[in-house]
Design a protein around this ligand. Structure first.
Ligand code: NDP
Length: 415
């Protein structure tokens, strides 16, 4: 029934590929295409060994530069996927969307577009494609990971079933895991460090309020984990959620960081290693002659090359993530609070997919989003955020695909 292309072969793509393999009644043919073909081949080998003897989609691989629209169009025309799952980097969102339009293919991603030379993300660039996708009769599902992704679906579910009016929304993201490395990021280090070192931003009474990076913080108590210092960050789903739920008076996003992580981050910034502008560097020639050549490098990209690869963190990763929405609002004229969340074990994620919990909590929803599209449940020409669709079938799948959710009614939200 379903022919999909996964672009990227990193942590998130690896989890999505496992989950696609586990659902052969929906996914029949899968191509994994990325910059480094060897990684795609290794991933398919792992999957074919893991599910040997079981029904499985037919997998193939290809090399593609997702910054290049022509290359993408040629590959889409050759493979003819029904939907492309963009699990590469946010830099590639616009080129992949453009190629989808040219080749007549539907689109899904997990992170909104970000220009390489500016640490700034917002939906305007992708929302600008709305009319063209609508006219082409093609569906785009934006931000279908956990946050963004499940955070928006939780909010839509709360609005549909538990509130007449959502007034206060706090998305809370805790990683209480320990990977036993001095410093590592849980997803692409370049994207992660750009996100965290930005100014904070939240929404209140119709206005966006900017804060210094990590300026606002407080301890929050996470189920099965306990209190963890949580920092207010700008996060992309707030932009679409306040637009789609205009009764929201205040919307914020919180993420936990350990003291050691923050100390390292501070050093990285003070040393200039988080810079995203080009600097000149005297590099030795690879021919061993001892001669040098002046090259341009971006310090943050160099840092990525020496940091642990998030894909390799899984093996000794202990503990859990806990991500959820804490919501306050009105139901039948009375104030109500609601907390909906998932806890995900790094060990269990690694056992199932060879990846840690952060890749798992992103890759599973990406697969479910593609499944929703292929089943015709989330199919609507245009460019949409996840909360624009019916949350119920997605919530049902979360429970069966490895990310079960829990609810607390009228508890203390601490916020
Ligand atoms: P990785 O860095 O592990 O993987 C990215 C993959 O994309 C790599 O395989 C890389 O290739 C490939 N790639 C990069 N550039 C290109 C290109 N020009 N053409 C083709 N392929 C390319 O990242 P993650 O798996 O950790 O993250 C994937 C995405 O998920 C990111 O956009 C991230 O922001 C998002 N994310 C979303 C979350 C959510 O909850 N919504 C949470 C975590 C991540 P190569 O192997 O050659 O480097």
């Amino acid at each position: 029934m379903g022919k999909v292309m996964i672009i990227g072969a990193g942590g998130v793509a690896s989890v999505a590929a496992h989950k696609v393999a586990q659902n052969p009644e929906v996914f029949t043919e899968v191509m994994i295409a990325s910059r480094t073909r060897e990684k795609c081949i290794r991933l398919v080998d792992t999957i074919e060994r893991a599910y040997a003897g079981k029904p499985m989609p037919k997998f193939s691989t290809a090399k593609v530069d997702a910054d290049n629209v022509e290359e993408l169009v040629a590959l889409f025309n050759e493979f003819r996927p029904e939907i492309v799952m963009n699990l590469a980097l946010p830099y590639q969102d616009l080129t992949i969307m453009e190629a989808c339009l040219q080749a007549g293919v539907n689109y899904l991603d997990t992170a909104n577009y970000e220009p390489r030379d500016e640490a700034h993300f917002e939906y305007s660039w992708q929302w600008a494609f709305k009319d063209r996708f609508e006219q082409a009769g093609l569906t785009t599902i934006l931000g279908c990971g956990f946050d963004p992704g499940v955070s928006g679906i939780y909010t839509a579910y709360a609005a549909k079933h538990h509130f007449d009016e959502i007034q206060y929304l706090d998305i809370v993201d805790c990683n209480a895991g320990n990977h036993h490395k001095a410093f590592a990021t849980n997803f692409n280090p370049e994207i992660n460090i750009r996100e965290i070192t930005q100014k904070g931003l939240y929404y209140e009474d119709g206005k966006w309020i900017e804060t210094e990076p990590l300026e606002i913080h407080q301890p929050l108590t996470y189920p099965n984990i306990g209190p963890r210092e949580s920092y207010l960050l700008h996060h992309e789903e707030l932009e679409s959620l306040v637009k789609n739920y205009p009764t929201i008076r205040r919307a914020r996003f919180w993420m936990t960081f350990g003291q050691q992580y923050l100390t390292y981050l501070d050093c990285i910034q003070n040393l200039g290693m988080s810079r995203i502008d080009e600097i000149e560097y005297e590099a030795p020639l690879a021919d061993g002659s001892g001669k040098t050549v002046r090259v341009k490098i971006v310090p943050l990209q160099f840092l990525k090359a020496v940091l642990p690869n998030p894909q390799d963190l899984g093996e000794n990763y202990e503990g859990e993530t806990s991500i959820g929405c804490r919501i306050r609002g009105l139901k039948d004229g009375k104030e109500r609070t609601y907390y909906v969340y998932n806890n995900c074990s790094h060990e269990a994620a690694y056992k199932e997919t060879g990846m840690q919990g952060v890749s798992y909590t992103t890759g599973v929803p990406a697969m479910i989003g593609a499944m929703m599209f292929l089943k015709g449940l989330w199919k609507r020409p245009g460019v949409w955020n996840v909360e624009d669709f019916d949350p119920d079938p997605f919530m049902e799948q979360l429970n069966t695909q490895g990310l079960p959710w829990h609810e607390v009614f009228d508890g203390d939200l601490e916020l």
